[in-house]
Design a protein around this ligand. Structure first.
Ligand code: ADP
Length: 728
């Protein structure tokens, strides 16, 4: 069996064996000796993934790279498989000297189950960083395996030829139990930019509770047969065809996932599991795609690779992701998938056999870090008429609309989200049977989300996800670099965001306020937030961080869960999601002030508190959050497509602002970060540390500026040569 520093994987001549439609086909390695097998594991929050080398049979030269997976709760089956396949050294996994063999392993279970591996298999686990492994695995596939990557659009699957020269930088969205989003700039050069707790675990957890399905395949099959329009609210349902025509909206635009449930008399059992499954799949897939699009826009990246077992080669999942990315980016971005999407971490771990640089990945134990309360922004009381603009108005109705208001009567809808108040209450109805938002909130107050949410501690154990030493990038520094990059790469700015919610048809909103077609989402009129205020997540997550909302749900019997706990988890997951998306949109548009309105948030302290916390966390207190709680605006639920009804014109007047606020802007108390957001922020606590870090940043920035200047000059020269200067 492989050792930590022994022989590695010989990649020369590697190729996929099997047809285009085969799931996780073996990869043939002609130069890899079959006699000394290698095995690496990725033990995630839901699944254990194994990658191993095995003889191709018939005494042929070379070896196959093979793939297998097990549910994490079935660890024993995984042990049995390892033994049965002869993946351990012949003498019980023990070296001649009596020392235990070492297996490369990544993912939280490598920490949590290390003792079980030693006890049951007699092997030690050499723990590798999860993010580093995922990136190594993706880079391995993209750089060494022809045909590993493909696009999936309009039912057409096309291989993507990635040449090493045009691969970096790219965005990697790994959709597992939760979602990690990484900017990859080179081999072992990456940054975990952000992530979301609404991932595969959330969707599958809710699917088990709502449809009774027992396996992921069963869920996917159900979703194929269902019709999401039975539960989803579309734009036509809200404002009728006439208004849609007037506003230039597609009638089938998805306005609120599960939004129809709240106005229906039906109970959970009255809905077909197929329709619920279809709604779940589109709701979560579009949300992840939207976040991926927003982050790629913020970073100026055009190519987004999707990994993680969530995708599972499922056609409509890939279709939805591709469609959403293409739609929002107006074909400026491309979603790319990988044939071995679920095995990126395990592949990365396997690649580290025989790689001496693996030593850089020593992991450090870390103390959970709690960020101090963010400083409140300027009070609206201090505002006057002239400086209230520009701001982002986030209207939380059944769905969510995000509108940039630049002056009296001057506004344009930038984007929206289909996961709004209707989704929260719709799901609450189905899960808890509650009949009003107030009842749902009351339930949630008494509940404990941790009984259904999967935390970092559940995956990794009590210490949480450790901070890594020696990784190339550092959160805030890299974002500074990114900013410079954007300046030099302005010509790839995304052209515009046509409509709002995920839609089934490609149709834009038409004209903006200025009468011109919609301008860039990355609004060029104003600078973005200050350097470094795009909150990037340095590695290291405390055990209490929510990794995946509803990710702990194992049973498909709804009655086994307390309605209070389900309500608490619902409130957490969806309000933080709205806060996070609002932050991305504000950042993209360079807006530092956000007003929230809508019956689902205003006046509900818990909801407002969570949104405020989320914004404070993401923007590091740079974005001011205000809730408009005037009764007069509360009756317009569902009218968010009709701007005239929103009352936002009147927000220009100072007196009105005062009048519509419930007292001063809502400033909840923030004794600590919300559980879902308690992440290590990578800041240095001592002055010396700060100075040292700034020096380091400076040197890195200088080098990066030089590199970018060279790159810029080369690109310009290339464009001039190809006669495309006009596009600059
Ligand atoms: P993790 O490393 O967190 O376990 P994965 O990349 O393995 O993440 O993805 C787990 C997700 O993939 C699940 O939350 C679910 O959405 C989906 N999934 C795909 N296949 C299965 C399966 N057989 N059992 C459970 N979930 C599955």
């Amino acid at each position: 069996m492989g050792e930590a520093t022994g022989h590695g994987v010989d990649l020369s001549g590697a190729e996929i064996r099997g047809g285009l439609e085969d799931r996780n086909p073996p990869i043939f390695l002609p130069r890899q000796p079959a006699a000394s097998p290698l095995l690496a594991l990725d033990i995630g929050g839901t699944l254990i993934k194994l990658v191993y080398t095995a003889s191709c049979g018939g005494g042929a030269d070379g070896a196959d790279l093979r793939f297998a997976k097990f549910e994490r709760r079935r660890l024993q089956e995984c042990f049995d498989f390892i033994r049965a396949e002869g993946l351990l050294a012949c003498n019980g996994g023990t070296r001649p000297g009596g020392e235990n063999m070492t297996l490369k392993a990544t993912g939280g279970g490598a920490y949590k189950f290390a003792d079980d591996f030693l006890e049951k298999l007699g092997v030690c686990l050499d723990k590798l960083d999860e993010m580093d492994s995922v990136v190594s695995g993706a880079n391995f596939l993209l750089q060494n395996i022809p045909g590993a990557a493909f696009t999936h659009m309009n039912g057409q699957r096309n291989p993507v030829d990635v040449s090493p020269n045009n691969l970096f930088p790219y965005l990697l969205v790994n959709i597992g139990s939760g979602v990690s989003i990484l900017k990859v700039t080179g081999n072992r050069k990456f940054e975990r930019v952000t992530g979301t707790h609404i991932g595969g675990g959330t969707m599958f957890g809710l699917a088990k509770l709502l449809t009774g399905c027992k396996s992921y395949d069963e869920f996917l099959q159900l979703s194929q047969k269902g019709d999401n329009f039975v539960l989803d609210l579309i734009v036509k349902d809200i404002c009728g065809e006439l208004v849609c025509q007037k506003q230039g909206l597609s009638t089938s635009t998805l306005a609120s996932s599960f939004g129809k449930v709240i106005t229906s008399e039906k109970k959970l059992t009255d809905y077909k599991p197929e329709d619920i499954a279809s709604t779940l799949l589109s709701a979560f897939t579009y949300n992840i795609a939207q976040i991926a699009f927003l982050v790629a826009s913020l970073l100026g990246l055009r190519r987004v690779f999707f990994g993680g077992s969530y995708i599972r080669g499922h056609k409509s999942t890939m279709e939805n992701i591709s469609y959403a990315i293409d739609f929002w980016s107006q074909s400026q971005m491309q979603a790319v998938f990988l044939r071995h999407e679920g095995y990126l971490g395990a592949l990365g771990a396997l690649m580290s056999y025989g790689d001496p640089s693996g030593e850089n990945l020593t992991l450090e134990e870390k103390e959970p870090h709690h960020e101090s309360a963010p400083v409140d922004g300027t009070s609206v009381d201090e505002e006057n008429d002239s400086n209230i603009f520009p701001y982002l108005l986030v209207n939380i109705g059944s769905g969510v609309s995000m509108i940039e208001v630049i002056g009296k009567g001057k506004f344009e809808r930038i984007i929206g989200s289909h996961l709004g108040g209707g989704t929260i209450l719709g799901l609450a109805r189905l899960l808890t049977g509650c009949s009003s938002y107030e009842e749902f909130l009351e339930l949630s107050q008494r509940g404990n989300n941790l009984s259904v949410d999967l935390t970092v501690g559940d995956i990794y154990g009590g210490e949480g996800y450790p901070k890594i030493l020696g990784i190339w990038v550092f959160g805030i520094l890299t974002m500074k670099v990114m900013k410079l990059k954007r300046m030099s790469l302005d010509f790839i700015t995304i052209k515009g965001v046509p409509s709002a919610e995920s839609s089934r048809s490609v149709r834009g909103l038409g004209k903006g306020v200025s009468g011109k077609p919609y301008p860039c989402l990355c609004n060029a009129r104003r600078p973005r937030l200050e350097l470094g205020t795009f909150r990037s997540q340095a590695v290291g997550l405390p055990a209490s961080t929510t990794a995946s909302s509803f990710g702990k749900v194992n049973s498909s019997k709804l009655s086994e869960y307390k309605v209070e706990d389900l309500a608490a988890a619902l409130l957490n997951s969806f309000t933080y999601n709205i806060g996070q998306i609002a932050y991305f949109v504000a950042n993209l548009s360079g807006l530092k002030r956000i007003f929230f309105r809508g019956a689902y948030v205003c006046g509900h302290e818990k909801t407002m508190d969570k949104i405020s916390r989320s914004l404070k966390y993401w923007s590091k207190g740079e974005v001011q959050t205000t809730f408009l709680c005037h009764e007069g605006f509360l009756g317009t639920l569902g009218a968010f497509w009709s701007y005239e009804n929103m009352g936002i014109d009147s927000l220009a007047a100072h007196e009105v602002i005062r009048e519509v606020l419930l007292g001063a802007p809502y400033t909840g108390q923030f004794p600590s970060l919300p559980v879902t957001q308690q992440q290590e922020n990578g800041e240095h606590s001592t002055l010396e540390g700060e100075v040292e870090s700034l020096r380091h940043d400076n040197a890195m920035l200088k080098a990066e500026v030089e590199r970018l200047q060279r790159e810029n000059a080369e690109l310009r020269a290339k464009l001039v040569r190809s006669g495309e200067t006009s596009t600059l």
